[in-house]
Design a protein around this ligand. Structure first.
Ligand code: UDP
Ligand code: MG
Length: 327
């Protein structure tokens, strides 16, 4: 029987204390099953700690551990994209570096891929995180539901497995600001959820600051949908119609009761309200234009400073070569 190869892609950021346990658990888990081989693609997202040194030490002893060192911190999704480009496995599994993903449940996670599904995502019943993050997750889930047309019951998470063709398809997305969940949802409708418990974070604290989360959120908001623009247009129509009717009413009112005082306060309220809405919409439009600009500017998703234990060229370039050789 042909061996199935699994690629584990791990974005690494501030995880010098936890990454070794994650690597050991992957080794222990995959070696339990005959017929499976694996590689790890650890992507150092320009972490300020010594995680790169830790990875390199492991990589020296174990060639299955491949390392990408990114020149800039670009966030988890860009780091994942970099890792996907070098993944050679039949199945690509994304794992966090902090030990929160229950890697011992790997085989349960992979099960749906052998039964017609293209992507399998861990589903955690109770989220082990702060109230603030819970609120963030809720907003994110609602956003994905409305803007990315995520089925309601489907839960997105940090522990996922996909077939090779999905990974290849995702890599075609070359714009800056990748958003993996959006890419999953636009690639296939066959996405499974597997129920399992998320673990507590062992060491350190979340690498996601408020600003980074906000960034990611705006990203998902604007990268895959023009619905916010449509809503802006609709709101514009509603407000101008309301303004028009209100204007008529004011004139009629003035004619009927000529001695009424001019209402500056109501005027101010309306001006403030409408100009606020206008500014918000202009900001939104600016966001889209900025993104178009950055895209045509060819801003990279990530920049690789160094690779370790990687001999092959990445799939993106492979695709590119294939295209070129056709012409
Ligand atoms: N991460 C990253 N770059 C960053 C921040 C985080 O690559 O700038 C990675 C991190 O290494 C981890 C994953 O994103 O693998 C999730 O990060 P974290 O555990 O801090 O977030 P949380 O689990 O709290 O959502
Ligand atoms: Mg975490």
């Amino acid at each position: 029987m042909k061996q199935v190869k699994i690629s584990f892609v791990i974005p690494c950021y501030r995880s010098e204390d936890s990454i070794e346990d994650v690597l050991s658990e992957i080794e222990k888990t995959v070696e339990q099953r005959p017929g499976y081989a694996y590689e790890v693609i650890a992507v150092n997202d320009n972490s300020p700690d010594r995680v790169l040194q830790v990875l390199k030490r492991r990589g020296e002893a174990d060639r299955r551990i491949k390392i990408l060192d990114l020149a800039k911190n670009g966030g988890k999704h860009a780091a994942l994209m970099a890792g996907y480009a070098y993944a050679e496995g039949d199945i690509i599994v994304s794992v966090d570096d902090d030990g929160q993903c229950p890697i011992d449940k790997l085989w349960e996670l992979l099960e749906p891929l052998f039964h017609g599904y293209d992507i399998s995502l861990a589903k955690y019943p109770s989220k082990r995180q702060s109230a603030f993050k819970n609120f963030g997750s809720l907003v994110n889930a609602k956003m994905a539901q409305i803007l990315l047309k995520k089925p309601k019951e489907l839960q997105l998470s940090n522990f996922s497995a996909m077939k090779k063709f999905v990974c290849k398809e995702i890599l075609k997305y070359q714009n800056p600001y990748p958003y993996i969940d959006g890419l999953f949802l636009r690639t296939t409708g066959k996405i499974a959820n597997v129920l399992m418990d998320e673990r507590e974070r062992q060491t350190g604290s979340s690498g996601y600051t408020f600003l980074k989360s906000l960034n990611l959120w705006l990203n998902g908001f604007t990268a895959f949908s023009v619905l916010p623009l449509r809503i802006a247009t609709l709101l514009g129509i509603v407000f101008s119609a309301a303004g028009f009717l209100f204007g008529i009413w004011v004139v009629v009112h003035k004619i009927l009761t000529p001695d009424i005082l001019a209402g500056y306060s109501s005027l101010m309220a309306v001006i403030l309200f409408v100009s606020g809405i206008l500014m918000m919409m202009m900001g939104l439009i600016g966001e889209y234009i900025g993104r178009i600009y950055i895209s045509i500017n060819n801003s990279p998703q990530y920049v690789i400073r160094e690779t370790v234990n990687i001999g092959s060229i990445p799939s993106v370039e492979k695709n590119y070569d294939e295209k070129n050789s056709l012409s």
